[in-house]
Design a protein around this ligand. Structure first.
Ligand SMILES: Cc1cc2nc3c(=O)[nH]c(=O)nc-3n(C[C@H](O)[C@H](O)[C@H](O)COP(=O)(O)O)c2cc1C
Length: 352
């Protein structure tokens, strides 16, 4: 028996990556029913919505599922930086005939906290995963006291060792190929980030807990490659964006199915933290000329506020120019599948 399946009580060592903003409990339910580990992203959920989604997942009748949180340190508000960012976005607003942003930024994504833990304690989810580090030792103790297993993302060998030392039961090795936010938390130096082929075997050697491979895996051959490099399982995000059970925005789906999927890049312009998405106008025009990173973006998650009205107006007109189109480098290789079929397809790749 695979040790990840044993630890988490799974049929397949396949984790559907939590994808805040692109899915809810429906996708998690379908994956967990099919024998993988479905994930509920909670980073953008209020407490009532979190409780409602966890209630839905009780329908799994004891099958495992995962709830995912961000663990970032909330930023110090910086009025000067926010004003500069408003100014950087002003030409886009003027061109769209909209009033430019002038207000202060608000944090739409809160880190894991006591209030979220209190909601979790009512439902006692079997698995809780974290991005950007781990919460306090006391929070981890509470989760483990009800039998919950703790997963967390590492983007370097140092982060993997740190996570194991601080109580993670499973380390997710997130390669540079991965869609969405880089889980990096010990360093913000992008040159420290590694491709999965290099990162995975080094993490496997450095820690004793099970290691899950994430980044660019979209099919059975990808799963086999991860297994050959020592992974105990895989975490797959982008391929699940195609599933009918996801809440992927129509413009995001259309971009995935287009030539745009061939060019992804890591950018900080949408939230203030590096994340991989399909290159669009916002990323191209706000980058520093060499990359899609802007030195002006306020700290995570404050860069997001100024985009609101522009993004809504562009989306209403059918344009994804200012929408974060998170996707990994495997995007052009994805096929549309129902979530249960994709889970089995990936899981059977493990066993072949
Ligand atoms: C649309 C999207 C949203 C994501 N949101 C989250 C999230 O809320 N929490 C998290 O831990 N990881 C998130 N990730 C990253 C995944 O955990 C994982 O590292 C990544 O999907 C793996 O690479 P792949 O997309 O190439 O399969 C997201 C990824 C995508 C594509």
């Amino acid at each position: 028996m695979n040790r990840l399946c044993e630890l988490l009580n799974l049929t397949f060592p396949v984790i559907q990556a939590p994808m805040a903003g692109s899915q809810g409990s429906a996708l998690a339910l379908a994956v967990s029913h099919a024998g993988g580990l479905g994930s509920l992203p909670a980073a953008t959920l209020g407490l009532d919505a979190l409780a409602a989604e966890l209630q839905v997942l009780q329908g799994l009748g004891g099958r495992p599922y995962n709830v995912n949180f961000f663990c970032h340190t909330p930023p110090q508000p910086d009025a000067t930086r926010e004003a500069r960012w408003n100014q950087a976005l002003t030409p886009f607003y003027e061109q769209a005939g909209l009033a430019p942003p002038t207000g202060r930024a608000t944090a739409a994504r809160l880190p894991f906290n006591e209030a979220a833990l209190a909601v979790l304690a009512m439902f006692k989810p079997p698995v809780v995963s974290f991005h950007f580090g781990l919460p306090t030792a006391a929070s981890l103790q509470s989760i483990k006291a009800w039998g919950g297993k703790v997963l967390a993302s590492a983007t370097t060998v140092d982060e993997a060792v740190w996570l194991e030392a601080h109580g993670a039961d499973v380390v997710i090795a997130q390669g540079w190929e991965a869609g969405g936010h880089r889980g990096m938390f010990l360093s913000d130096d992008l040159s420290s980030q590694m491709g999965l082929f290099a990162l995975l075997p080094q993490v496997v050697r450095a820690v004793n807990v099970p290691v899950v491979a994430a980044g660019g895996i979209v099919d059975a051959p990808g799963v086999r490659a991860a297994r050959a490099l020592g992974a105990d399982g895989v975490q797959v995000g982008t391929a699940f964006l195609w599933c009918p059970e996801s809440q992927t925005h129509a413009l995001h789906r259309a971009a995935l199915a287009s030539a745009q999927a061939h060019h992804t890049a890591v950018t900080n312009v949408f939230t203030g933290r590096p994340a991989r998405g399909m290159v669009n106008r916002a990323m191209r025009e706000l980058g520093d000329g060499q990359s899609c990173i802007s030195p002006l973006a306020p700290a995570f998650p404050l860069a997001a506020t100024a985009w609101g009205p522009l993004r809504a107006s562009a989306e209403a007109a059918g344009s994804p120019d200012f929408t974060p189109l998170w996707a990994g480098q495997g995007a052009p290789h994805c096929q549309p599948h129902a979530a249960a079929d994709l889970t089995r397809l990936l899981g059977e790749g493990w066993g072949e």
